[in-house]
Design a protein around this ligand. Structure first.
Ligand SMILES: NC(=O)c1ccc[n+]([C@@H]2O[C@H](COP(=O)([O-])OP(=O)(O)OC[C@H]3O[C@@H](n4cnc5c(N)ncnc54)[C@H](O)[C@@H]3O)[C@@H](O)[C@H]2O)c1
Length: 349
């Protein structure tokens, strides 16, 4: 007998949902979208028509009534916890957009509930699927840059319009849980944990250039990894450039510089005389689609993982770790003090 396809519910059909919807559509051999939900019924209807899915404007009704095995949640940050918890409690597999939650304790509660229910749960952390980072991981695992001494990252783009014209949640603390740190730093702390391990110390600084909003729009976090490497992480919502991410890794035998809007986007350098470097193989120049494609791939991967009863590539525990770093970065920015994690663990804070 032919196996029944996975039935997918998509909740939240805003700006970034396109890549999730296309990801689900691309898995038509094993999955089908049966229900969609947005408080904006027009948005929900448009997507529903494409799949012949049922339209909901209340996520509770979707989760109580619709026949769905897997839900993809793409909502404002303050809704991540209640909606994901509601879905997990009803035994659904859940893919949840970043950040895991606003409050780390709630993030942990989701992870525990998923475990207790025996369902698959992952955070849509597209970083894990960005081609340049996947190739960087191969270099690092092969120790091809030697011991790593310094790491620099940047996430830059503009949210000025959404911050200025009071967006329903982006510019509001209650909806977003914070500004550029809460929004962008989950990607970077995930990247650090995935490629370099744990953070030992950090100190953060943030500022707000768009007065109409309630949240910080620029931030810098500096610190040291447990490995000894130092790091500088920069985040801006006020860069009038295409959205980009930079990653610079400096090791004892070489350096790798990635910038998604540079051409080529990833170059390996071998020493001070290697002026032109060597483009990192397998990383296409695609300033328009690099992020979209990574979100598409993460969605496809999660659906396939549920189908195969496998283990999702993004462990939500790593997203939770990032959230703890963000929480401490806010504490540091407010107090003006650095934070050392080994000492925190010892003191039980
Ligand atoms: N991985 C990435 O690179 C990336 C990029 C952008 C956004 N995101 C994340 O995706 C999520 C959504 O971001 P966005 O930019 O698409 O936001 P958005 O505001 O464009 O979309 C949110 C959608 O949720 C709907 N909504 C709000 N409350 C609802 C409710 N109670 N029930 C059902 N629908 C509701 C809104 O009508 C809207 O369509 C956020 O968590 C954000 O951080 C991730």
């Amino acid at each position: 007998m032919e196996r029944q396809k996975l039935r997918i519910g998509i909740i939240g059909l805003g700006i970034i949902s396109d890549a999730h919807v296309e990801g689900a559509a691309a898995m038509a051999e094993i999955a089908t979208v049966t229900a969609v939900c947005d408080i904006d019924e027009t948005k929900a209807s448009t997507v529903a028509q494409r799949f012949g899915a049922t339209v909901y404007t209340d996520y509770r009704r979707l989760l109580d009534e619709a026949e769905v095995d897997l839900v993809d949640i793409i909502l404002p940050h303050n809704l991540h916890y209640p909606v994901a918890m509601y879905a997990l409690e009803r035994g659904k597999h859940v893919l949840l957009e970043k950040p895991l939650t606003i409050d780390p304790a709630e993030g942990l509660a989701l992870i525990e509930r998923a475990r207790a229910m025996g369902v698959q749960f992952s955070v849509a952390e597209n970083t894990r699927f960005v081609t340049a980072y996947v190739e960087a991981e191969k270099l690092l695992r092969a120790h091809a840059l030697g011991d790593i001494y310094q790491i620099r990252t940047l996430i830059a783009g503009s949210e000025v319009e959404r911050l200025k014209n009071p967006h329903p949640w982006k510019a509001k603390k209650i909806g977003s849980g914070g500004g550029v740190l809460m929004d962008a730093a989950p990607h970077t702390f995930y990247l650090l944990k995935w490629l370099f391990g744990e953070v030992a110390t950090l100190q953060a600084f943030h500022s707000q250039l768009v007065p109409a909003s309630e949240v910080e729009d620029n931030a810098i976090v500096i610190g040291r990894m447990a490995s000894g490497a130092t790091f500088t992480l920069q985040f801006t919502f006020t860069a009038e450039s295409p959205w980009t991410e930079r990653l610079e890794i400096y090791g004892t035998t070489g350096a790798l510089i990635i910038d998604q809007i540079a051409n080529p986007p990833a170059i390996v350098y071998r020493g001070t005389e290697d002026f032109y470097g060597t483009p990192l193989a397998g990383v296409p120049y695609d300033p328009v689609h690099w992020k979209y494609n990574s979100i598409l791939d993460e969605t496809k991967d999660f659906i396939q993982t549920v189908w195969d009863s496998g283990v999702p590539k993004v462990d939500p525990a790593d997203a939770h770790y990032g959230l703890l770093m963000i929480e401490k970065a806010y504490v540091s920015a407010r107090s003006g003090q650095p934070i050392a994690f080994a000492e925190l663990a010892k003191s039980g804070e």
